[in-house]
Design a protein around this ligand. Structure first.
Ligand code: SF4
Length: 231
């Protein structure tokens, strides 16, 4: 099956104009993530979701303090590390999450052998499209510090679906992130202490090479840098 056949097409008129997005980004550049999340909750209400890979619970912790009912979406690709699923389990114990676990079509089971494009399209992109099909906006945990390809990450943008995408921690300084995580005892994936600076599906994740940027262990040895959900 071609990748495009597995993708739910969602296209809506953007809720925000370009000038509005520009103004919001300028105003949010140095704002605390909680203020950005508050704006998103006030603007989009129950039409807002949060997508997380549970490499940690930083964004979940921030968002649930603003709105405990926000829908938290986890894409269960079927290829997560046991440690990642344990972060999810611990998060469910700590937080009363309105959790939505989205899984791929069972017919996609062996797509990894067909290549990462098809596999990511079926196991990540299509399930997230499905999870967001009733929403107008979503929160993501992308940070500019993640990698050289993410240094221009906007705080507010319109994605390919026509949805408003909000990255509340995109510009949050690393020392502030670390201070918050320590103070709030944020749950983290233990693989981070084992050299895995960025954690995705186990077949496509290696330890980051010493001296290389943090996402260098993802799809290592290929030109791929993203799975496609952030387009
Ligand atoms: Fe498949 Fe790898 Fe993409 Fe996971 S990261 S969906 S295993 S290609």
């Amino acid at each position: 099956m071609a990748p495009s056949d597995t993708t739910v097409q969602i296209r809506r008129a953007p809720a925000l104009s370009r000038p509005e997005i520009h103004s919001l980004n300028a105003g949010f550049e140095t704002a605390h993530p909680s203020r950005i999340i508050r704006w998103a909750v006030n603007t989009f209400g129950s039409n807002l979701a949060l997508a997380t890979s549970f490499s940690d619970t930083l964004l979940v912790d921030l968002a649930l303090q603003v709105d405990p009912d926000i829908e938290v979406v986890f894409l269960d690709t079927g290829f997560h590390f046991a440690e990642t699923l344990d972060v999810l389990r611990r998060a469910q114990v700590r937080y009363e999450m309105n959790l939505r676990v989205e899984r791929p079509d069972p017919a996609t089971a062996d797509l990894w052998a067909s290549g990462t494009d098809a596999c990511c399209a079926a196991r990540k992109v299509a399930p997230l499209d499905q999870a967001l099909s009733g929403k107008t906006a979503w929160l993501s945990g992308m940070r500019r510090a993640d990698s050289a390809t993410r240094t221009e990450t906007p705080i507010v943008s319109i994605d390919r679906r026509g949805l408003t995408k909000v990255n509340p921690i995109a510009a949050w300084p690393t020392h502030d992130v670390e201070s918050y995580m320590e103070a709030r005892e944020i749950i983290v994936n233990p693989l981070g202490d084992d050299g895995y600076d960025s954690i995705g599906c186990w077949p496509c994740t290696e330890r980051a090479a010493v001296g290389c940027e943090t996402r260098s262990g993802r799809w290592a040895g290929t030109a791929r840098t993203e799975c496609g959900i952030h387009l």
